[in-house]
Ligand binder design. Sequence first.
Ligand SMILES: [Zn+2]
Length: 469
Amino acid sequence: MSGSESKERRGILEDGDAVSRGIPAHYQPRAQGGVQFLHSVSKHMMSLRLIRWSGGPVFGLVLAVSSAAQTEDAALRRAKAILRTTPIIDTHNDLPWIIREKGTPPRDVEAYDISKRARFDTDIPRLREGMVGAQFWSVYVPSGLGPLDAMRTQLEQIDIARRLIAKYPNDLGFAASVADIRRQIARGRIASLLGIEGGHTIANSLGALRAYYDLGVRYMTLTHFHTNDWADAATDSVRHNGLTRFGGEVVREMNRLGMLVDISHVSPATMSDVLATVEAPVLFSHSSARALTDHARNVPDSILRRLPQNGGVVMVAFIPPFVSEPARQWSEELFPRLTQAASDSQWQRLTREYVAEKGPSPRATIKDVADHIEHIRKVAGVNHVGIGADFYGAEAEHDLVQGLEDVSRYPALFAELVRRGWTDADLRKIAGENLLRVFRQAEVTAERLRRTRPSSNATIEELDRRPVP
Ligand SMILES: [Zn+2]
């Protein structure tokens, strides 16, 4: 728990009215007046307010600093001012899996303390420093597990994530809708949502899909590394040439429920089939641009060009082989081996062996990530890009993007975009407004579909007319 932080925040909130006036409509809870969101409790935020209120340009003339350093500081200051009123909504963080695999003891939510600096890339002080307003926690399950093991592990990961959120009531607040996100941010909590990674965990059951929705899951990545019984993955063999008929029914049922259809990890043919099937905007929760880095996990321009019509959004990942071509080439032989890893320790061992063999990977940088954001803006438009960093507890330096090593670093990325001439309005879109628009459209679609379409009783045996192992 972090009671003292909460008290400090309440203190700031009480006189925070002037600061909150700039909060855009998207982030304002509709039925709540008075108390407004003020993001960070840390001391640097206090000083940021002082700088803003004391007339920065005057100080700029007085202080004898080099112009380069001054520009640097001005960019970061502007980035932070934007994120203070429009905080980051990130769509992919693997902390629940880290707790399961790397916690001591494993799976022990009580023992894994994120109220202070934790061992890996994610904890509450650094989420606050990173100006994160909402986080989709990935309830990831390896795609090599059989259906019953996958389903059990899925329930356990949802349980870990729900207990994690409940453990820090002053800092994390469970959210399952756009209204919840706004409400939690207004209360000063990091809105905490759940996203499934790997449609194999429904074990071909639409009943299971609906049960996961009722447990609070608001997106599902249709596949993980492996092709499943109804959708082809980007990193596995082609079995269906996209979606099967049952796969189409899964997508339609997700739209009826209001669960975002996440097409990170799927093959381009599956992406294309999903775009032809969906009734609401799609989500890529953690992918980057294939034209810049030719990784199978990235989104080709042919798909990016279809996003304006669909309305969906690509949330750019901070994974070195997804954002840097030299890093991708280095990982070319490693990545297929990693898709076979059934546990985190296996993943680490395979990586260590590869580094011993090949030497370390070239580093990816913050500029690479900014290049990907700008490419997606160029091809799909600024309404179709956001941030899904995919922090997963990486331990090797080359697995981290230089400058974006942990959840405290989002403002540095926004400062880079400020230096590239981005407008405040466009920065707000990629910080979170685009994601809120997509999520809201999915909710409105679900409200409409539920009025006209009952729950689907379809089975894979009926629709795909072949035995399922
Ligand atoms: Zn992933």
